[in-house]
Write a protein that binds this ligand. Structure first.
Ligand SMILES: [Zn+2]
Length: 338
């Protein structure tokens, strides 16, 4: 979603507890100037930040919602409100110190529309140490009627001094009862929303943003290559090349994680109603019969390491990274490891 779409989306149905908590503080004129929104990826934290920002800037908010009618709302929805400042990685994966310096200058200026000012900073964990240190001053002495909202999936990666200066609001994965009707209202295809939501570990925005109508066929291709690798029909190098020619590395790693987490769950308990890939029973059983639990755990850890490397700031060679992961998988399947 683009930024104006975030603003128009408003608060999501499962965010009522967090919304109510902040509305009480707004009504009492006690909303903290620095807020930290945390929780797993793709459950709508950024939507919430935009909804709150729009509400704080709106001239006539109603029941805690921006009116979507006033001139301020029009500017927010067009992405051009001068008193709404977004800070996110631009030329690199990091939020760099120049961006925080500009924010610091902006914070002390008078609001152009004469009301409040709101800055939304995401993903906050992408600040490097210099940026985070530069932000501390802003967090300590924000201007009057200025609100800084930090959004993060990984609060543990923020400086403790940054965390301690913000009021933390934690967001949880919505229940199926909350998420499925919302997803149904957004998708018109006959997709199996319940299965897609399970694959997204319950994160509804992941279903919307990543699981397009071709997702299941992409996943089937990953299953095919891994099946071939386990059965010794393809090599790790050719499987990696074939997958990377058509799929995003992060999606491949997420799928591999899901397959092995499911296999581990299946090997640990007889009922498998908690599986992510409920529809892949035969494939999950193939993994179970070729890997013991130690090998599964080891491979899951390797997937996590590769996933972190590809999402980090070091720009690894994605072909080499996936090849070495799949070589590891083939070794573990052959029982050649240690
Ligand atoms: Zn308005």
């Amino acid at each position: 979603m683009s930024e104006p779409e975030f603003a128009k989306a408003g608060y999501l149905p499962w965010q009522q507890p967090q919304k109510e908590r902040l509305q009480l503080q707004i009504a009492a004129d006690r909303l903290p100037h620095a807020l930290l929104f945390s929780g797993i990826k793709d459950i709508g934290k950024k939507n919430f930040a935009f909804a709150l920002g729009a509400q704080l800037l709106c001239s006539h908010p109603d029941s805690g919602n921006a009116c979507n009618q006033c001139s301020s709302c029009h500017l927010v929805n067009a992405g051009t409100h001068p008193d709404l400042r977004l800070v996110h990685p631009e030329d690199s994966r990091l939020i760099v110190i120049e961006q925080i310096r500009h924010l610091t200058e902006w914070v002390v200026q008078t609001a152009q529309q004469g009301g409040r000012k709101v800055s939304i900073l995401y993903p906050a964990e992408q600040m490097n140490i210099q940026s985070a240190n530069a932000l501390l001053k802003c967090l300590e002495e924000p201007g009057a009627d200025t609100f800084l909202i930090l959004v993060t999936d990984q609060p543990g990666r923020l400086l403790p001094t940054v965390r301690s200066r913000c009021q933390r609001i934690e967001f949880q994965v919505p229940s199926e009862e909350e998420a499925i009707p919302w997803l149904q209202s957004r998708t018109d295809s006959g997709a199996d929303i319940s299965s897609l939501l399970a694959m997204a570990a319950g994160a509804p925005l992941k279903v919307v943003n990543q699981f397009d109508e071709d997702y299941l066929s992409r996943r089937a291709r990953i299953v095919g290559e891994i099946d071939g690798l386990i059965m010794g029909k393809v090599t790790a190098v050719s499987a990696a090349a074939s997958l990377l020619s058509k799929d995003y590395p992060v999606e491949i790693y997420d799928a591999l994680y899901g397959f092995f987490a499911d296999a581990l769950r299946t090997s640990l308990c007889s009922t498998n109603n908690t599986l992510i890939n409920k529809d892949l029973e035969t494939f999950i059983n193939l993994i179970c019969s070729n890997f013991d639990r130690t090998a599964m755990l080891l491979f899951i850890e390797c997937v996590n390491m590769s996933r972190r490397a590809i999402s980090g700031s070091s720009n690894p060679n994605s072909q080499l990274l996936l090849e070495s992961l799949l070589i590891k998988l083939a070794e573990l399947a052959d029982g050649r490891e240690e």
